[in-house]
Design a protein around this ligand. Structure first.
Ligand SMILES: Cc1cc2nc3c(=O)[nH]c(=O)nc-3n(C[C@H](O)[C@H](O)[C@H](O)COP(=O)(O)O)c2cc1C
Length: 162
């Protein structure tokens, strides 16, 4: 096993939620399944996501000036699989997965466990990925249980639904 394999195996041990990061630029909607979401600051309210430089999303967020994070619920594996599909093109409006527009005209996944809308604040390129920092301008939490990802598979919270 190489260090890369060991690193990947170690990273797979980190259980995370599953989010979809979306943006809308010139009427074109695009999003990506992302587990590297994190809260960053309470005052000002900041969050971050780490996005692969090979994907168009970091550039689109730069151009559009904003993005949203939809935190998926346990029943939204389809949305996770769709937004993780390689080589998808941006679309005019929602196609396979239902979405809705927030007050600030950013697309989010319909029925998500929570959604957070951000203005783009900073992008920091590091290695293969870019750390994208956003300032939260809208946030909403709904009832339900989260979709989790651990060791290359989807999971749920044992006994939890609050
Ligand atoms: C559970 C899960 C979590 C993921 N987390 C991230 C992430 O944090 N950052 C990222 O850039 N890609 C992440 N991906 C990969 C992207 O969603 C997508 O599959 C990948 O960019 C392939 O699309 P592309 O070839 O068009 O870039 C994740 C995929 C899955 C299934």
């Amino acid at each position: 096993m190489s260090l890369t394999d060991d690193f990947k195996a170690a990273l797979g041990s980190w259980a995370s939620g599953v989010s979809v990061v979306t943006t809308n630029h010139d009427g074109l909607l695009y999003g990506l399944t992302v587990s590297s979401f994190s809260s960053l600051s309470l005052d000002p309210p900041l969050v971050l996501v780490c996005l692969n430089n090979g994907n168009r999303l970091p550039e689109m967020i730069d151009a559009s000036g904003g993005f949203a994070v939809s935190i998926l619920n346990r029943d939204q594996e389809d949305a996770s699989n769709y937004f993780a599909r390689p080589n998808r093109e941006p679309t005019r409006g929602f196609t396979e997965i239902d979405g809705e527009w927030t007050e600030s005209k950013v697309p989010v996944v319909k029925g998500a466990l929570a959604s957070i809308v951000c203005e783009h604040r900073n992008s920091i390129e590091q290695g293969t990925h870019t750390i994208v920092v956003g300032e939260v301008v809208e946030a909403r939490a709904n009832e339900g249980a989260p979709l989790l990802y651990w060791r290359r598979g989807y999971r749920g919270v044992e006994g939890g639904d609050s």
